[in-house]
Design a protein around this ligand. Structure first.
Ligand SMILES: C[C@@](CO)(OP(=O)(O)O)[C@H](O)COP(=O)(O)OP(=O)(O)OC[C@H]1O[C@@H](n2ccc(N)nc2=O)[C@H](O)[C@@H]1O
Ligand SMILES: Nc1ncnc2c1ncn2[C@@H]1O[C@H](COP(=O)(O)OP(=O)(O)O)[C@@H](O)[C@H]1O
Length: 294
């Protein structure tokens, strides 16, 4: 990836935060092969940044390249084009991305970029779409897009599209990034995956907050993830997010999280960030709306 800073002439700059799956239970497999899940999503105050500027010629141009992701396959471009088409909007957009989130790590960078694009262009193009409509469009781009569009920590069911907002503690997290790419499809296709965890309700979360059914399968296939969990478990109870590879632990404050981060080996990069029940992108858009009304 070439690091293109967001230029000064961007009209709007918005964050695209990461998410953690604090637990992820697999209840069964649907007829279409997709898995029924129950998961708890919380955002962290760490992520990518996107810059937007209107174009009058209707073109959608992402000016930042991500190695291995062709321009037209990038979720940002796909989100922008679908919104433009469905809203019959004649305006286009220049878009810049400051990519900070590791890709394919289970922290939802691509989905969050797509959601921030929908929210940002809805604002810039003055489309007036509500979150419900944006979330429905987002679901077609990926199962995790709706929660980023809604911007509230949530208990999710189905493939992640049925969302119940929740108020969780907002600790500091240390997120360790094992240097391995994991295919979500491969994890869900594993014959050893547990697919029959009994359903719970958001009011009956098990002590310890549940578990991640994908973790044992990933630990078995990827020693890098197993080692990361073992290392982090020496300091704090550690868990994997999504289908991996990232693993995380929670801390009462930033200093404690940073201290452990510094003790991890250089072969295991990590970062620390605050958990948040409201997505930073929504807070920023609300701030803009307040300033606009002032
Ligand atoms: C399981 C989660 C939890 O957040 O994992 P992460 O991607 O964040 O790690 C997500 O919901 C992932 O959703 P999403 O990111 O849309 O999944 P995709 O990459 O499109 O899925 C790739 C493949 O995994 C399988 N798949 C995915 C989701 C699901 N609920 N059941 C499945 O069986 C399907 O075979 C699908 O074709
Ligand atoms: N803007 C984007 N950012 C990251 N990945 C993208 C983007 N657009 C498309 N992708 C593709 O989506 C895949 C999953 O990305 P990502 O959301 O980072 O993973 P995860 O859901 O595991 O956190 C990437 O490997 C990449 O091929």
């Amino acid at each position: 990836m070439t690091a293109t800073a967001i230029p000064a002439h961007a009209e709007l700059t918005l964050p695209a935060p990461a998410k953690l799956n604090l637990m992820l239970h697999i209840l069964g497999r649907r007829a279409d092969g997709y898995h029924e899940l129950q998961t708890l999503f919380q955002f962290i105050d760490y992520g990518d940044l996107l810059g937007f500027a209107r174009r009058s010629d209707g073109e959608i141009r992402l000016h930042t390249e991500i190695t291995g992701v062709p321009h037209d396959s990038n979720l940002i471009v796909r989100a922008a084009r679908q919104l433009q088409q469905q809203a019959s909007c004649t305006l286009g957009a220049d878009i810049w991305l400051d990519k900070r989130l590791p890709m394919g790590g289970g922290i939802g960078g691509g989905s969050s970029d797509a959601a921030t694009t929908l929210l940002g262009l809805n604002h810039l193009w003055q489309l007036g779409w509500d979150e419900e409509r944006l979330a429905q469009l987002g679901l077609g781009l990926g199962a995790d897009v709706p929660v980023f569009v809604r911007g509230r920590a949530a208990f999710a069911e189905g493939v992640g599209e049925r969302l119940q907002p929740v108020e969780l503690a907002e600790p500091w997290y240390l997120v360790a990034v094992p240097q391995v790419a994991i295919s979500t499809a491969e994890v869900f296709a594993d014959p050893e995956l547990t697919r029959n965890t009994p359903a719970i309700t958001v009011r009956s979360l098990p002590a310890g907050g549940g578990h991640n059914d994908c973790q044992p399968v990933v630990e078995k296939r990827y020693p890098e993830v197993r080692n990361a969990l073992n290392l982090l478990n020496k300091f704090v109870p550690a868990r994997m997010t999504g289908t991996g590879a990232c693993v995380f632990g929670s801390f009462p404050n930033q200093a404690d999280a940073d201290k452990v981060s510094r003790q991890l080996p250089a072969t295991l990069p990590s970062f620390t960030a605050r958990g948040c029940n409201r997505s930073p992108v929504h807070l920023q858009l609300e701030k803009l709306a307040t300033e606009g009304n002032a």
